[in-house]
Write a protein that binds this ligand. Structure first.
Ligand SMILES: C[S@@+](CC[C@H](N)C(=O)[O-])C[C@H]1O[C@@H](n2cnc3c(N)ncnc32)[C@H](O)[C@@H]1O
Length: 247
């Protein structure tokens, strides 16, 4: 496909770029339109009140079921730097009281960014935290090339300025550093962007893949389906990439 995003629009792009319902195949050989195919209306939400109101009270809950959490933790145990690796820094964006890394996981610096201070304070893996509404201010307050890994769990669907956030992620990752975005099929419906709530799991993989592609600075994104017991537990998908070494 070589048409511009303007000619097709977000939903048409998804329909034409989704030749397979297999999550692991869908990011292979995508012919991305020249321009980002999504429009402002795709990032609107039913609840337009400030996110600070919605997240004012802490929620000490898990947002996916235990098997899905276990699958994510297992995935992290394969791809994250070993615990206590000298000089490693990790950032968890849209973080809460839990980050799902392996039990006892430690690094010199693990920063959590989220909306609720009480939740972040309780997150024992974090060495520091920052409360910041990324939909108001998508600038990540860190130096260029400073993180080895950035994680984001079941929250990418709440970002209304995802390209700005992903560009920032690319800026602050070290060359070769990894960005790992994971999501399921559950969300706070009124706070998720409309292109997410009006589409399905395979489309979500394409949407997150497009964020990597159009933000720039990343290697082609890949998808993996780590759903633990299809049909019985929450599904779990990962779209990930590395910061290109040449930027
Ligand atoms: C469903 S929870 C997931 C929390 C955590 N990642 C986990 O796996 O349990 C969504 C998270 O997204 C964060 N979030 C939502 N909107 C945000 C925004 N506008 N800016 C920054 N973080 C946001 C909230 O703080 C909340 O912790």
């Amino acid at each position: 496909m070589t048409t511009s995003g303007g000619a097709l629009g977000g939903k048409s792009f998804l329909a034409s770029a989704r030749p397979s319902s297999n999550v692991e195949q869908v990011l292979k050989n995508v012919e991305w339109p020249e321009q980002f195919p999504f429009k402002e209306e795709d990032f609107q939400r039913d609840d337009v009140s400030p996110d600070s109101l919605f997240y004012k009270a802490p929620r000490f809950v898990t947002h996916i079921d235990d098997p899905a959490i276990a699958a994510l933790t297992k995935f992290y145990s394969r791809v994250l730097p070993p615990s206590n690796s000298p000089g490693v820094s990790i950032l968890d964006i849209c973080s809460s009281w839990i980050s799902h890394y392996q039990a006892g996981y430690k690094q010199e610096r693990i920063v959590g960014m989220g909306m609720n201070e009480e939740e972040l304070k309780q997150n024992s893996v974090l060495t520091e935290y920052i409360v910041q509404d990324l939909n108001v201010n998508p600038k990540l307050p860190f130096e260029d090339n400073s993180f080895d890994v950035i994680t984001n769990v079941v929250s990418v669907d709440y970002l209304t300025k995802p390209l700005d956030v992903l560009k920032e992620m690319s800026r602050i990752l070290k060359p070769g550093g990894q960005a790992i975005m994971s999501f399921s099929d559950r969300c706070f419906w009124t706070k998720a962007i409309s292109i997410w709530t009006s589409t399905g799991d395979t489309d979500h993989v394409l949407i997150v893949g497009s964020y990597f592609h159009y933000a720039g600075g990343f290697e082609p994104p890949q998808a993996v389906d780590i759903s633990p017991n299809p049909g019985q537990s929450d599904p779990m998908y990962i779209v990930y990439s590395r910061k290109a070494s040449t930027t």
